[in-house]
Design a protein. Sequence first.
Length: 209
Amino acid sequence: MNQIYFTADLHFGHPNILKHSPKRPFSDTVDIKAHDEWLRDLWKSTVGKRDTVYILGDLTFLKSENARHLLEKLPGQKFLIEGNHDGSIRAYKNYFREVYQIKEMRFKSTVAPFLNEDFYVVMCHYPMVTWNQKPQGSVMLHGHSHGKLDEYNTHSMDLRFDVGIDGSLANLRFLTLEDIYNAATEKIKQYNCNTFMEYAQNNYRGEMR
């Protein structure tokens, strides 16, 4: 089975990201060239040509032509959910299968053997308080926060996860669909729930349906 990956906030070509992301390699020297080589190597060693990657915004700060050269070298079937720093790649939407502001996906349990039920996710660069199908147990995936909402997400009843590379869930790697599913499943089991629908019904009683 081809893999499905999620990532966000890679920030190719953005020296300032190293000042705010001390866990990243080369943050101590603010060597953006070495950092970008590390990111490219991570992508190429993780993502295969037939794999799918959902990029939840802020892929690159590189200027237009350099951004195009980068996109040419990154393998996988790429879907972009636009962030606030993706202006330079808007001219190259042909390098993505699709480009969205918000993307909703239902991953069927018949497609992935680790899924015990259909898994509905809503993807946006920005974290959301409410989203489509939330009262039915859908999961919200976001970027933008660089791990700063990890504690909030953990203590919130919401099934919301930061998939950005700086977040504690990703921890400087790309997340698989199975990683996301396992994290969501672990959360609902803490509340003695066996399905996402059961969890939503027990914990989102004040939400619009």
